[in-house]
Design a protein around this ligand. Structure first.
Ligand code: FMN
Length: 235
C-alpha cells in the first residue's frame, strides 16, 4: 500500500534538525551522501566563490581515521590545538551562562552528574569516533579566503544538515575534531593550504537515545531581534 505521508517542508527540516550523537550502525549509500552534498552546494556564497571542501569517510577508512584521532586524543591531546578559536574566552557573558545551560541539559539527559569529570570525558571522546555514525565528514576552507567566506560556509553546513533531514538522516556538527587537524591532514591528504573548520557525523539516528528526548532551548525572537518601522495597526 502506498504510504500517504506529507512531504517535509523547509520549516519541518529546520525545526526538526537537532544534533544527534547516537546512530544506527547501518551504512549510508554513497549516492545518498553525494545527493546531500549536491543539494547543500546550492548554498549562496558571495560572488559564488563556493568556499567549501569536504572529505567524506566511511567503512574501514573511517575506522582507521578514528583510531588515529582517538590515539592522539588519549595519549597526547596537549600536542594538538585548533587552528582557529571557535569559542569565546571562558566567562564571557551571556555566552558562558548559555554554555553552562547547554551542559546541564545535555549531561542531565545522559544522567552524567556535574562533578562526574570522567563521565563527561567519556562522552567527549565519542566525538572522535563520529559518535559511531557510519559516515564522517571533515570540512576545510582555503586559508587564503577572507572572513566573508566563513559566513558562506556556515550556510553550506546548515544546508548539509537540512538536506540530510530531507533524506531521513541526521547529523552532528563537530568542532572538537578540528583540534586534531594534523592527524586528519595526514590520513586524508588534506593540503597545508586548507584549514580544517570542523567535522560532522552523518547517519540514521538511534531514536532510543535518551538525549533525543530533550531539546536545547532557543531565545525568544524579541531577545535577539528588534523591529522598527512597522505599522502598529498592522502588527
Ligand atoms: C559548528 C558547530 C560545531 C559543533 N561542535 C560540536 C562538537 O564538537 N561536539 C558536539 O557534541 N556538539 C557540537 N555541536 C552541536 C551543538 O552543541 C548544538 O548544535 C547546540 O547545542 C544546539 O543544539 P541542537 O543542534 O540540538 O539544536 C556543534 C554545533 C555547531 C554548529
Amino acid at each position: 500500500m502506498k504510504e500517504d505521508k506529507a512531504p517535509m517542508t523547509a520549516r519541518d527540516a529546520i525545526e526538526g534538525r537537532v544534533a544527534v550523537r547516537r546512530f544506527m550502525p547501518g551504512p549510508v549509500p554513497l549516492d545518498v551522501v553525494r545527493d546531500i552534498l549536491r543539494t547543500a552546494s546550492h548554498a549562496p556564497s558571495g560572488a559564488n566563490l563556493q568556499p567549501w571542501r569536504v572529505y567524506v569517510v566511511a567503512g574501514a577508512t573511517k575506522a582507521a581515521l578514528c583510531a588515529q584521532v582517538e590515539t592522539a586524543h588519549r595519549h597526547h591531546a596537549e600536542a594538538h590545538a585548533e587552528e582557529y578559536p571557535y569559542y569565546p574566552d571562558a566567562g564571557l557573558e551571556p555566552y558562558a551562562s548559555r554554555k553552562r545551560q547547554f551542559g546541564q541539559v545535555f549531561y542531565g539527559a545522559l544522567g552524567i552528574q556535574p562533578d562526574d569529570v570522567q563521565g563527561r570525558a567519556r562522552q567527549t571522546a565519542r566525538n572522535f569516533r563520529f559518535f559511531d555514525a557510519p559516515v564522517g565528514m571533515v570540512f576545510t576552507i582555503d586559508r587564503r579566503l577572507a572572513q566573508g567566506s566563513w559566513l558562506d560556509y556556515g550556510m553550506f553546513l546548515q544546508n548539509v544538515m537540512l538536506a540530510a533531514r530531507a533524506c531521513g538522516l541526521d547529523t552532528c556538527p563537530q568542532v572538537s575534531i578540528a583540534r586534531f587537524h594534523k592527524v586528519l591532514r595526514c590520513c586524508l591528504a588534506i593540503p597545508d593550504d586548507e584549514l580544517v573548520l570542523c567535522g560532522m557525523s552523518l547517519g540514521y539516528a538511534d531514536t532510543s537515545a535518551p538525549e533525543l528526548a530533550i531539546r536545547q532551548s532557543r531565545l525568544p525572537v524579541d531577545a535577539f531581534a528588534s523591529f522598527q518601522g512597522f505599522d502598529a495597526a498592522a502588527a
